[in-house]
Design a protein around this ligand. Structure first.
Ligand code: COA
Length: 241
């Protein structure tokens, strides 16, 4: 069993130069401690189970609740800051990087943490929340926040996480340009301005100064402008765009 765990690390981490080196991996220690803690948890020795899990956390920086179910071949690379909740379930041959959270969303009881399928890779600092399911062979990108189910063989990235690849094919219609989000008000104003310029050039719109008006508070508003057609009808600029 230990040899299997060590082999998993050597197979998946090009930085591991020998089997002996894998003995130093905190992810390996965390998984070994968890097996002991989980055994006590199943026997309802909750306090002892929790104590073991907290000692493991102290030494590895990886917090796995003793109730979590971990499949064979789990590799937690680097590991610092990984949190795996009580009702989380992880399939076989899964890889987790540092900072991954498989967490709950509140104070609800029962199944409240993610279920991760086989051969899934969850990249650094990804956060998966709630009783969601991640399908087999999927990848969760670094820094993603995933709050919905992920289909098998998908790549999910972003906040909130969105499927950008499915079975190796790019999913169209997903923009990942988070620094350049669309501004609908600005876009509408630009459209109106463009249309007005065209209409003014054609001589179909004339600007009028409206008379000063007094509002309920007694403030006098001046220089209100209205756009009117040559025939004097007020133009609804929205209908022009
Ligand atoms: C998601 C990831 C696994 C790549 O998966 P993939 O299926 O090969 O997907 P691609 O690289 O083709 O990326 C698909 C799209 O997602 C974008 N993307 C990839 N990773 C992303 C991320 N973490 N956040 C936001 N967008 C991301 C890409 O720019 C690309 O966008 P485009 O289609 O508009 O060009 C990878 O980018 C990732 O996050 N790796 C991190 C691994 C890690 O944690 N390493 C730590 C080592 S210490």
């Amino acid at each position: 069993m230990l040899m299997d765990d060590m082999r998993v690390i050597q197979d998946r981490d090009p930085a591991a130069k020998s089997m002996w080196e894998t003995l130093l991996y905190p992810g390996l220690h965390a998984v070994l401690w968890h097996r002991v803690a989980h055994r006590y948890y199943r026997r309802r020795k909750y306090l002892l189970a929790r104590l073991i899990s907290q000692v493991a956390r102290f030494f590895t920086g990886i917090e796995i609740h003793p109730g979590a179910r971990l499949g064979r071949g789990l590799f937690i690379d680097h590991g610092m800051g990984v949190v795996i909740g009580e009702t989380a379930a992880i399939g076989e041959n899964v890889t987790l990087f540092q900072g991954v959270t498989l967490g709950g969303t509140g104070t609800e009881t029962g199944k409240r943490h993610p279920t991760v399928g086989n051969n899934v890779m969850i990249a650094a600092n990804a956060t998966l929340l709630g009783a969601i399911r991640v399908g087999d062979n999927s990848k969760i990108g670094a820094g993603s926040v995933v709050i919905r189910d992920v289909p098998p063989e998908a790549t999910v990235v972003g906040v909130p996480g969105r499927v950008v690849r499915l079975r190796g094919k790019r999913v169209e219609g997903v923009r990942l340009d988070h620094g350049n989000l669309p501004d609908p008000v600005r876009r509408d104003l630009a459209t109106i301005r463009r249309r007005l310029t065209v209409l003014e050039k054609e001589g179909r719109v004339v600007e009028h100064e409206s008379p000063a008006v007094e509002d309920e508070a007694g403030n006098v508003k001046t220089s209100q402008r209205a756009h009117r057609s040559e025939k004097g009808e007020q133009i609804d600029v929205h209908r022009l765009s």
